[in-house]
Design a protein around this ligand. Structure first.
Ligand code: C2O
Ligand code: CU
Length: 465
């Protein structure tokens, strides 16, 4: 029997279900939701109440899901004891909706509200998280999935399953470790939590039928953990990542996702009926000591039901036509990711931490090539707000990205066209501990025909040391 003629096993992904933000607006092309950041008790470990920072009371926050072209309105209320903002990671929103405190908006203080509103211009898998005191706030539980569907996507990719990967640092009583745990070393290495979660759960179970495909949309919402996902006896068909489909599909053995990135891949269960298998996190090199003496960990139990196997659908090789950016007249810049060990660890871009950095000045419409250099002992996932970029590397499948890993002692080049959306945009390492200690900058895209932008506050984050 062919895969298209059967459905997933009953309750296949129930264990991975996330709350979904309720739509308050009857217009089918408008998604209007309420989000509240507040402290709440959640159950992470069985029978234990963990006090976490949440959106609407859950970790992860509710999944936001709409289709490309829709308008989204978010009535956001901050009930936390400190200021926050929401950044819509990967979405090309108007500049004043981007959630960079002191740069695109004032921090949203406790007991106050902000209305976010924007149009969804691009299909793909995105996420949302605070941009204030990021390592602390994300580490305490503030993150959620944001999926933009393209109704024209081929059905052969299989049933959609969104998985948001995160980790939490918990003590023996199941409470969150202090945000500064590990001190300087925590800043330097990046804080990985010891409890691995998929959609907020420890080792949930997915039920599958042999041969029946699923489309996994995986988000890395951790502060610092790199994922290398492996499943015994399986390969995956990668469809794309940050900005939805890549130019073509790619047969891969393991799925590597660094903080901030997303991967979209078809999973074709290949175990015989009745098999138990385990999706594992496998240590992956991200610099000094990152794999030393570490074992793999169990992430997701995969149970193949007893029903007879079906024949999977072929996945097309060509997925999307993507034009290579023309870089012949591009301005070149070097973005050197730097670390200085003083009394405290201080990171920067070209040696300057963000609280001292001057913005890059870019003309609207310009194409630039950034050479991102990493001579440090750690790898850094580099993220740019507001624009997708292409990595200039012919060995990679062509795709649009917003976050790319720059391995330790290496460099890579990206091409960006600052085509629209004038304003101030951030770029930074997505190891949030690194961003918080300075590895971040911003740029200003100016429309030469527009009146000058309003004055900017001197720094981007609330808690500049
Ligand atoms: Cu996902 Cu500036 O961040
Ligand atoms: Cu970094």
């Amino acid at each position: 029997m062919a895969a298209r003629d059967v459905s997933q096993p009953a309750g296949w992904a129930d264990d991975l279900a996330m709350p979904v933000a309720a739509d308050l607006n009857p217009d089918p092309d408008v998604l209007e939701i309420e989000l509240e950041a507040r402290i709440a008790e959640v159950e992470i470990l069985p029978g234990v109440k963990t006090t976490a920072w949440t959106y609407n009371g859950s970790v992860p926050g509710p999944m936001i899901r709409a289709k490309v072209g829709d308008r989204v309105i978010v009535h956001f209320k901050n009930s936390l004891p400190e200021a926050t903002t929401i950044h819509w990671h990967g979405l090309r929103v108007p500049n004043d909706m981007d959630g960079a405190p002191g740069v695109t908006q004032a921090p949203i203080e406790g007991n106050s509200s902000f209305r976010y509103e924007f149009e969804l211009t691009d299909a793909g898998t995105y996420w949302y998280h605070p941009h204030t005191d990021s390592s602390l706030q994300v580490g305490r539980g503030l993150y959620g999935a944001f999926v933009v569907d393209d109704p024209a996507d081929p059905k052969v990719f299989g049933d959609d399953l969104v998985m948001i990967m995160s980790d939490m640092g918990l003590d023996e009583t199941g409470q969150l470790l202090p945000a500064d745990s590990g001190g300087n070393f925590g800043d330097l290495f990046g804080r990985e939590g010891g409890t691995l979660l998929v959609n907020g759960k420890v080792r949930p179970t997915l039920k599958v039928r042999s041969g029946k495909q699923q489309r996994w949309r995986i988000i890395n919402a951790t502060r610092a953990r790199y994922y290398n996902l492996r499943l015994r006896n399986h390969r995956f068909m990668r469809l794309g990542g940050d900005n939805g489909l890549a130019a073509r599909s790619e047969d891969i053995y393991n799925i590597i996702i660094t903080p901030g990135e997303r991967t979209d891949a078809v999973f074709t269960p290949a175990d015989p009926p009745g098999t138990h298998n385990m999706l594992r996190w496998v240590p992956t090199e991200r610099g000094y000591g990152s794999t030393f003496n570490r074992a793999s960990e169990e992430l997701l139990a995969i149970e193949t039901v007893a029903d007879p196997a079906v024949t999977p659908e072929p996945i097309p090789a060509e997925l999307r036509s993507i034009e290579r950016l023309d870089v012949t007249n591009a301005t070149e810049r070097t973005i050197d990711l730097t670390i200085a060990i003083k009394t405290k660890v201080e990171m920067g871009i070209n040696g300057v931490p963000y609280w001292n950095a001057k913005p890059l000045e870019i003309d609207l419409g310009a194409t630039e090539v950034w050479r991102i250099v990493n001579n440090t002992d750690f790898s850094h996932p580099f993220h740019l707000h507001g624009y997708f970029f292409q990595v200039l590397d012919d060995t990679r499948v062509l795709e649009w990205k917003d976050t790319v890993n720059v391995p330790t002692k290496s460099e890579l080049r990206i091409a960006v066209r600052f085509d629209d959306r004038p304003g101030a945009w951030m770029y930074h390492c997505h190891i949030l501990d690194h961003a918080d200690v300075g590895m971040m900058g911003h740029l200003i895209v100016r429309d030469p025909n527009a009146p000058p932008l309003p004055a900017l506050a001197p720094h981007a984050h609330e808690h500049a040391p």
